[in-house]
Design a protein around this ligand. Structure first.
Ligand code: ATP
Ligand code: MG
Length: 574
């Protein structure tokens, strides 16, 4: 079997319990009917003009997932027909991302550019059949002649050229005799068609651009519409799954395949993924990168797979998300809270718990012996006892979270405040007996507390209860760390929701990133590997940054907080 992965439940994939969807039903029915001799062959066809995003993940899971499920194959094919926007950097990142998601295309890594010669021959075939002609109108004129949704178009004055003249001109286009944009090869279909895609669409244009694979071998390039369907056909694809925008292109793809009398894959359209509080357009993502609104394609706030991977997302969480959102025929918006929910669900099972203090405030336990250190036992994951326990050092001087102390506690605040008690996780109950302030600024410098030695967690006398338990680290043992907090990149659920004449970039969230540089984490994290994921108790899930973290300078990214707004949404629906 060529595709490993998501699918069959062998690695915990959720497919078995997932509801079916219309594409799965079509494929199952086709197999039953013996269509394509029972063969299932899909492909994922990215254009290498940007990094993949979570929307692409939906398409990847669908195409590779179906192939896996029905014992078929799925190709990775780069639709690289537009050399001016494409780059090997994108090819490499796409391969890395598909692999990371857990899918394998075996030896079937293909490029539309591998078919340039065959596509050229297909074009000659159409010219010979009187179904294509060389047109001298420029791009603006072609647009003018095309007509509108309500008005038919006009025939090009060059439509009546003879086959011989067309063959001659097309060969000379290839030979480089004509300037960029001066001539095109167009299909001869119907300028009055109600479907604008059928109004003598362009098949080839003259373009002098160095291609990332074919170099300067070609100065004419096929359009996406002429290349896509024929590439699927050449590869013997049975089910060409694509997003709804291509529904109107299907009659054109059908026309090419019928005129050429070649294998005819079945095109099936589904609704693309849209997510709240983010954009999933490669053009916009490129703009965010180029104009430096983010640090790069892998900025942890980006919806790219590189970005969410760096943020700490797991492939398992993304595959579960893609399964859960389902596949439908109607466009809709998915709540980003659902994506976050899938990550929590996954990490809750797997991520070790540790203690970290993001915004530290010093606590001195006045009655705890100087120099004494206790190694307290802490549970690594209450969800999974097999993950065992670890030792956490406890001593006289600790750090707790600034937020866990209030000098004047509001009603209902049960954490630490003057004269009040709180439990330190895995340790003792402590009582605040003094607040030391910086004389010049008036800010709190440290808290003085006493501890109750009878209340050690897990000991027989530890029955005394207090209302709150907080996390902490030992000042002498804790490691310094930078913690990067991320929030949604946009303030609006729909970033494109702007007033007349407004710009979507105005909806960027100015507070989407905050770096805390004096955080402290427990010493257990000293040997953590880049990319490793943890739950910081009471705070959220965090991962060690794959780029900037080093043993001397730990850098953590907050992947997601613990607050699960999606669980609330689901509950309120019941
Ligand atoms: P472009 O405008 O550059 O074509 P694109 O997002 O369509 O952008 P492609 O590289 O052509 O990018 O996409 C590869 C495949 O992923 C296509 O089959 C496309 O339909 C699918 N895809 C792209 N965006 C989404 C999305 N948001 N949800 C589901 N599938 C998507
Ligand atoms: Mg596309």
């Amino acid at each position: 079997m060529d595709t490993k992965a998501a699918g069959n439940g062998s690695n915990g994939g959720p497919v078995e319990s997932a509801p079916s969807h219309f594409i799965r039903n079509i494929v199952a029915e086709d197999i039953k009917q013996g269509k394509n001799h029972g063969r299932v062959h899909t492909r994922f066809p990215p254009e290498p003009n940007g990094y993949l995003h979570i929307g692409h993940a939906k398409s990847i899971c669908l195409n590779f997932g179906l192939a896996d499920e029905f014992g078929g194959k799925c190709n990775l094919r780069f639709d690289d027909t537009n050399p001016s926007k494409e780059d090997v950097e994108y090819v490499d990142s796409i391969k890395e991302d598909v692999r990371w998601l857990g899918f394998d295309w075996g030896n079937r890594e293909f490029y539309a550019s591998d078919y340039f010669e065959r596509l050229y021959q297909f074009a000659i075939q159409l010219i010979n059949a009187g179904k294509a002609f060389v047109c001298d109108l420029n791009a603006d004129q072609i647009r003018e002649y095309r007509g509108t949704l309500t008005e038919p178009g006009k025939n090009s004055p060059y439509r009546g050229r003879s086959v011989e003249e067309n063959l001659d001109l097309f060969q000379r286009m290839r030979a480089g005799e004509f300037a960029d944009g001066s001539r095109t090869l167009r299909a001869k279909i119907d300028m009055a068609s109600p479907n604008i895609n059928l109004r003598d669409p362009v098949m080839y244009r003259v373009l002098r651009a160095t291609h990332h694979r074919t170099g300067d071998q070609w100065c004419i390039y096929p359009t996406y519409d002429f290349a896509h369907g024929q590439s699927d056909s050449i590869e013997g694809i049975t089910h060409s799954i694509c997003t709804l925008e291509f529904e109107d292109h299907r009659p054109l793809y059908d026309w090419y395949l019928d005129q050429l009398s070649i294998h005819h894959p079945q095109q099936i359209e589904f609704a693309r993924l849209n997510l709240t509080y983010t954009v999933l357009s490669k053009r916009k993502l490129l703009q965010l990168v180029q104009q430096k609104y983010v640090s790069g394609w892998d900025d942890p706030r980006m919806p790219t797979l590189a970005g969410i991977r760096r943020r700490g997302y797991t492939p398992e969480a993304i595959r579960a998300f893609c399964e859960r959102i389902g596949v439908a025929k109607r466009n809709s918006n998915v709540d980003i809270a659902m994506l976050e929910h899938c990550l929590r669900e996954d990490l809750n099972k797997r991520a070790p718990r540790v203690m970290a203090v993001l915004r530290p405030i010093k606590v001195v336990l006045e009655n705890y012996p100087e120099g004494q250190i206790e190694e307290l036992e802490a549970v690594n994951n209450p969800e999974d006892p097999s993950m065992g326990t670890r030792k956490v050092p406890f001593s006289r001087v600790l750090y707790i979270e600034q937020d866990d102390f209030r000098e004047e506690p509001p009603k209902g605040f049960f954490r630490l405040s003057p004269g009040k008690e709180v439990r330190l996780r895995y340790a003792y109950i402590v009582k605040c007996i003094g607040v030391v302030k910086d004389p010049s600024t008036g800010t709190i410098a440290e808290l003085h507390c006493t501890y109750d030695s009878e209340t050690k967690s897990g000991s027989s006398q530890s029955r005394r209860k207090v209302k709150a338990t907080i996390h902490w680290v030992s000042a002498d043992h804790a490691l310094e760390a930078e913690v990067r907090l991320y929030d949604q990149l946009f303030t609006k659920e729909d970033p494109d929701d702007v007033p007349e004449g407004g710009d979507w970039l105005a909806n960027i969230n100015p507070k989407s990133f905050e770096s805390l540089t004096s955080s402290r984490v427990e010493p257990y994290l000293a040997n953590a590997k880049r990319g490793a994921r943890f739950q910081f108790e009471r705070l959220g899930y965090f991962c060690l940054d794959s780029e900037d973290s080093s043993p001397d300078k730990l850098v953590f990214n907050r992947s997601v907080t613990l607050r699960d707004s999606w669980a609330k949404v689901e509950k309120s629906r019941k």
